[in-house]
Design a protein around this ligand. Structure first.
Ligand SMILES: O=c1ccn([C@@H]2O[C@H](COP(=O)(O)O)[C@@H](O)[C@H]2O)c(=O)[nH]1
Length: 292
């Protein structure tokens, strides 16, 4: 399956393991609770423990790059080890780095993250479109050609983004669209050649009323082949039960991301590793009941 397009591999992960994605977010307070150092060795051990607990229980992990980047080159070396371990056990890896710049610089990000054999190789990368979706076109092309994907921020889970992402624009063929919907439509247009999932996804926060962001009426049809990365569950307040109401027809496309709410269960006690694995199994089963 590794030579297949990202969208097909994502669909395969859904079929084999369900929709849960475990975040690898080594917050300083979690490092302390897990009895790990607040240093590169600590984030490496943290990441490797999450990979071990996730392997065979879910299909997808999402390392939060910021917490590795905090420790400079040693942190990136730690991340490389975690990415390699995740890929070695067959987990699909979404690198949450939120890269985005002018087009020629985005090509550099594509070379770093979305190129087979690079030390930071991931299966998909989170990216921002504040420089315009067009500025991402080289990166998205590189991703697709390499069997990889991207998730473009559209309606994010944090409350501060609302004013920007719900602003309307007169650009394009449909004046009055929100910024979030404009981004979504431009990304979704790249997935229209697929019957199931394409390679180019969106970030839509589970904490939001997506109607407020312009996802009304035709959104289910327009985005029907677009993968959705949905953070905001657990710690940020959204619950799995809300998925049908929030995502409607898009629910089968959703990668359900949880970080702190499960990571809090991997403590320093001898039962910590088992506790994390059990928590992942429990969350995955609960999600399966909703998305069945
Ligand atoms: O809109 C967004 C985009 C990304 N994130 C990231 O997801 C996780 C959420 O962590 P939790 O502990 O489950 O709240 C984190 O890495 C964020 O940077 C997001 O929350 N919202």
């Amino acid at each position: 399956m590794s030579g297949a397009p990202f969208g097909a591999r994502l669909d395969g992960a859904f079929a084999a393991h369900g929709h849960l994605c475990v975040g690898i977010d080594p917050h300083p307070y979690l490092l302390q609770e897990w009895g790990l150092g607040r240093d590169a060795a600590g984030v490496r051990d943290f990441g490797l423990r999450v990979v071990e607990a996730a392997a065979g229980r879910v299909g997808i992990v999402k390392p939060q790059v910021a917490f590795f980047e905090s420790f400079g080159s040693a942190g990136f070396a730690a991340l490389e080890d975690v990415l390699a371990a995740a890929r070695a056990v067959g987990l699909l890896v979404i690198g949450d780095a939120k890269r985005g710049d002018i087009g020629s610089t985005n090509d550099g990000y594509a070379a770093a993250w979305l190129t087979a054999g690079s030390s930071l190789e991931v299966d998909a990368l989170t990216v921002t479109a504040y420089t315009g979706v067009g500025a991402l076109s080289g990166l998205l092309d590189t991703a697709e050609a390499a069997g990889k994907g991207a998730f473009v921020l559209s309606a994010t889970s944090n409350p501060e983004a609302r004013v920007l992402q719900t602003a309307t624009t007169d650009a394009g063929e449909n004046p009055g669209r929100t910024v979030a919907r404009l981004v979504a439509d431009e990304v979704a247009a790249r997935n229209t050649d697929r019957t199931r999932l394409g390679d180019h996804g969106l970030v839509l926060g589970a904490t939001q009323r997506l109607e407020d962001y312009g996802f009304t009426g035709d959104a289910g049809r327009t985005l029907s082949t677009t993968p959705v990365l949905a953070p905001g569950f657990g710690f940020q307040g959204a619950s799995f039960d809300s998925i049908p109401a929030v995502f409607g027809q898009l629910a089968p496309n959703v990668v359900v991301s949880v970080s702190r709410s499960v990571l809090a269960l991997g403590s320093a006690s001898p039962a910590g590793a088992a506790g994390l694995a059990e928590a992942i199994e429990r969350e995955s089963a609960a999600l399966g009941e909703v998305l069945r």
